[in-house]
Design a protein around this ligand. Structure first.
Ligand SMILES: CC(C)(COP(=O)(O)OP(=O)(O)OC[C@H]1O[C@@H](n2cnc3c(N)ncnc32)[C@H](O)[C@@H]1OP(=O)(O)O)[C@@H](O)C(=O)NCCC(=O)NCCS
Length: 145
């Protein structure tokens, strides 16, 4: 749950979040989200966020992803990252794709490796905190577009 949304989701909150993403998509700015489809079903999400600075360098576009449990372990996240990097390339958004992953998130670390990302550094977040208030540590990975 922590690595998905940071907390319990509600229908209202999720709808409001999707409205923000739809408005950003229409404006061509800010965080943009994509549904990931597998066998005709919504299998997960991948987002790109060009304006996130925490732990990243100028030109880096932060990517986040989540795959529904039924669809995991079939390469969905790796393929979603590949596709969203293609979107960044063709729309000329940013110069590098970046991932910020907590050291304990083994599945996501493996996705970074399989998607061809290189570890840049480990950073203590200036913005993200654990439920107890301590700052989150991220491993920062990047891949040229
Ligand atoms: C991380 C996540 C998106 C991976 O999705 P996925 O579609 O199952 O990933 P893929 O199938 O593309 O690749 C996963 C790789 O990680 C490996 N893996 C999966 N779970 C793992 C685990 N718990 N420990 C170690 N490796 C794991 C898989 O074996 C695979 O590697 P392989 O091809 O060498 O066998 C999914 O687990 C998820 O939604 N997690 C919760 C949200 C999240 O953590 N998002 C990322 C935040 S940075």
């Amino acid at each position: 749950m922590r690595w998905l949304t940071g907390g319990y989701g509600t229908v209202e909150g999720t709808c409001a979040y999707f409205d923000v993403l739809a408005a950003n998509a229409a404006a061509g700015s800010g965080k943009r989200g994509f549904g990931v489809w597998l066998d005709g079903r919504l299998a997960g999400y991948v987002d790109l966020e060009p304006d996130l600075g925490d732990g990243l360098d100028p030109g880096d576009v932060n990517l986040t992803y989540a795959v529904h449990p039924w669809a995991r372990g079939r390469g969905v996240a790796v393929e979603a990252v590949r596709l969203v990097c293609e979107v960044l390339r063709t729309t000329a958004v940013g110069t590098r794709a970046a991932l910020r992953i907590e050291p304990g998130n083994a599945a996501s670390l493996r996705v970074a490796d399989r998607a061809g990302f290189v570890l840049l550094r480990e950073v203590v977040s200036a913005t993200d905190t654990h439920p107890d208030g301590t700052p989150v540590t991220f491993r920062v990975f990047a891949r040229d577009l």
